[in-house]
Design a protein around this ligand. Structure first.
Ligand code: FAD
Length: 417
């Protein structure tokens, strides 16, 4: 089959990889000159297979007043007149129940475990890929006893679903990650997950692109998709400028660009951008920076080591499609880094800054699979977990396209009108 993948972020590229392995002829189209130029460029680098619980959870709504009022809170909501934003918020609020959150966690864990298996297989089989991949393990720090207690309860729940995690004291956290020494007294405890990985998503995408080009996959870069248009017999075609492109099958993997193109087809995707920030520090020879992947749970900031670089990522701002950085948010992220790892960077201001838009669904689960159009497929809405879930999502998509979907997994993520 000839399959056109729209979007060359981590989701489009992994889709292209697994489609081509399944024997399909694949073309990838993107509006940028380079792959991974949008959200897949500067993310937190966490392959966080055991930390997939959605943002929408019990207790979240009570935090809303803080999110609305404080400029340095990890999550910020700027109300706008956009009906799209309000619809998303209402659906998010409805998803903030224990039952829904547990159900989504259970479903995402099955996808993330599949993703882990496939990512490890890919790293083993594609030896030319070089993307700072590390079996780093992950330590999630808690700064208050109450949050630590809730984390232990989540650990017990996740243990029943196959996660192997350990609850650690403050001293045990510092023994495991000596770069935390200066905040020993502030740590209430931590949850350690040895099976988590880290890697540079942008380098992963560039590596996949080279590999795919070498295998004959066509890339049409600098090509903006203006519309998807209904044709005959329940099919759609791709419109770019004056040109209408036909394809046996079309896979939409356009991140936050997907919903605008699908709306005129009568398909409403519940995706809204959640803006985030990252900083990348070049580490000097005397830097004391973490080797483990560390998450500061209270501040919702993640730290990942890529060789001699430290990637710091965080913040979730619900304030539309602008990529414009808010200097106060960047300053808050710098201050967090300086307080947790004061000896990581000799010059605390020397870090490259980046903002990106997470393609977030209210329930926190991606949408993967068929649409009511015979040649149109979706692989979208991965929110804060696109890198983590990319390989498994692509495999699910291929199982749909090859007409062998595993109902136990695929039905959980399919689009419904
Ligand atoms: C601050 C931050 C930290 C994060 N940290 C992590 C993390 O640690 N681990 C993790 O798993 N995930 C993380 N994420 C989430 C992850 O980065 C995303 O889920 C993932 O990158 C989404 O990939 P994508 O391919 O769907 O979207 P994108 O990477 O945005 O790719 C979509 C592509 O579609 C193209 N496109 C869109 N519209 C059009 C159009 N009309 N015509 C042509 N091309 C179009 C775009 O140019 C783009 O290249 C983070 C995100 C942010 C913002």
């Amino acid at each position: 089959m000839q399959i056109t993948v729209l979007g060359a972020g981590v989701i489009g590229l992994t889709s292209a990889y697994y489609l081509s392995r399944a024997g399909h002829r694949v073309t990838v189209i993107d509006r940028h000159a380079e792959v991974a130029s949008e959200t897949s460029f500067g993310n937190g680098g966490q392959l966080s297979y055991s930390y997939v619980a959605p943002l929408a959870g019990p207790g979240v709504l009570s935090k809303l007043p803080v999110w609305l009022s404080r400029r340095d809170s990890p999550v910020r909501f700027k109300p706008s007149a956009s009906p799209e934003q309000w619809r998303w918020c209402i659906e998010f609020a409805l998803a903030c129940t224990k039952n829904r959150s547990n159900l989504t966690t259970r479903r995402l864990l099955s996808l993330s475990f599949l993703s882990r298996t496939l990512m490890h297989e890919l790293v083993r089989e594609e030896s030319t890929l070089d993307f700072d991949f590390s079996h780093s393990g992950k330590l999630v720090l808690h700064r208050d006893a109450h949050a630590m207690q809730s984390a232990v309860e989540l650990l017990e729940f996740q243990r029943t679903l196959g996660c192997e995690q350990q609850a650690l004291t403050s001293d045990e956290c510092v023994s495991l990650e000596p770069a935390l020494e200066s905040v020993r007294a502030e740590i209430a405890g931590g949850i350690y997950t040895p099976s988590e990985d880290t890697a540079d998503c942008h380098r992963f995408c560039k590596g996949l692109e080279s590999l795919l080009r070498a295998r004959g996959i066509r890339f049409e870069m600098n090509t903006s998709i203006d519309a998807l248009r209904r044709t005959t017999r329940g099919r759609v075609e791709i419109v770019s400028g004056d040109i209408a492109l036909d394809a046996d099958q079309i896979v939409v993997a356009m991140g936050t660009g997907a919903q605008r193109l699908l709306k005129p087809l009568g398909l409403r995707l519940p995706i809204y951008p959640l803006k985030g920030y990252s900083l990348t520090y070049q580490l000097g020879p005397r830097a004391i920076a973490p080797k483990l992947s560390v998450t500061d749970f209270t501040r919702k900031v993640v730290y990942a080591r890529f060789g001699d670089r430290l990637r710091v990522a965080g913040m979730a701002d619900l304030d539309g499609y602008s990529l414009e950085p808010d200097p106060a948010r960047v300053a808050a992220l710098r201050a967090e880094t300086a307080s947790l790892f004061p000896f990581a960077a000799t010059d605390a201001t020397a870090a490259s800054e980046w903002t990106g838009l997470r393609p977030a669904t209210p329930r926190g689960a991606p949408i993967i699979g068929p649409t009511p159009y015979r040649n149109l497929w979706l692989n979208v809405g991965h929110g804060a977990l696109g890198f983590t879930l990319a390989t498994g999502s692509a495999a699910l998509l291929v199982s749909w396209l090859n007409d062998v979907p595993d109902p136990a997994l695929t039905e959980n993520f399919r689009f419904s009108l």
